[in-house]
Ligand binder design. Structure first.
Ligand code: MF3
Ligand code: CO
Length: 266
């Protein structure tokens, strides 16, 4: 079932989204060489508590043990925080989810630890660009296939593998609601989007092939060929005032105010 959210419900999602953005800011700042992934997990727990939020991830499927997914290097998504210490030249995806008064926000960023070669930064920036292309396709009356088409065009233009097995999703009282939002698609096809819907737009691009494998822990998803992977995600709402990103900062960000193309300016 696709849920249509009221203004009041969107306001709660915006508070959850601001918490996720605060976690990203703090974790990115702390993520220096020598810092362990478990130390970053502690920061997330502290911010959730300070803001009166619960984690969307902790206990997910009865087993997920953390509030963050921390996915370094060839890990695409769903990396479990460990005592691994970051080192110069790593890249790290930080995926966080918060619940405020029953409503979820969910977002991911990817960044480099210290200096990385330009081709690695390009993977990170192109994936962010793919996310914004997908977000710009979100509007009342657009179709689901418009989003995937926009995202995959960016990935293909740069020559990256666009991961197909893991998808964006609706979000609201549940972290994962219908519809699923593929990162590939055909324009003009698929379900029509409408005011009141909220979607997580979340491309994953690989430096090499698009193929994936899962570790024996049942969670950690890696590139099949060991190449680097980047992941970006925002929670996006189609409101009566326009399309808003809830996970970009303290306040909702109106998509029409975002300069284009974002990734190339970084
Ligand atoms: N944020 C992820 C998503 O977008 C879900 C995290 S998986 C969990 O689907 F197990 F950590 F919850
Ligand atoms: Co998500």
């Amino acid at each position: 079932m696709i849920t249509i959210k009221s203004r009041r419900e969107f306001e709660k999602m915006a508070v959850a989204g601001a918490c996720v953005a605060a976690i990203h800011r703090a974790v990115k700042e702390a993520a220096q060489p020598g810092v362990s992934l478990l130390e970053l997990e502690d920061i997330s727990r502290q911010i959730l508590a300070e803001r009166g939020c619960q984690s969307s991830f902790l206990g997910y499927h009865g087993t997920y043990p953390a509030t963050l997914c921390l996915s370094p290097n060839d890990v695409i998504v769903h990396g479990i925080p460990t005592d691994y210490k970051l080192k110069e030249g790593d890249i790290l995806s930080v995926d966080a989810g918060a619940i405020y008064e029953g409503f979820h926000g969910d977002a991911a960023i990817t960044f480099a630890i210290g200096e990385v070669p330009p081709e690695v930064q390009r993977l990170i920036d192109a994936t962010e660009e793919g996310m914004w292309a997908g977000i710009r396709a979100v509007r009342h009356g657009a179709r689901l296939g418009d989003i995937g088409a926009a995202i995959s065009e960016v990935g293909k233009r740069y020559g990256y593998g666009v991961v197909e097995e893991y998808l964006g999703h609706g979000i609201g009282r549940q972290m994962h609601e219908e519809p699923q939002v593929p990162n590939i698609g055909v324009r003009g096809t698929g379900m029509r989007l409408r005011t009141g819907m909220a979607l997580c737009i979340e491309p994953m691009f690989n430096m090499g092939s698009r193929h994936t494998k899962v570790d024996p822990d049942g969670w950690t998803v890696r590139t099949a060929d060991g190449s680097l992977s980047a992941h970006w995600e925002h929670t996006v709402a189609i409101t009566k005032e326009g399309v808003m990103v809830f996970t970009a900062g303290e306040e909702p960000l109106a998509v029409e105010s975002v300069p284009e193309p974002v990734a190339e300016q970084i």
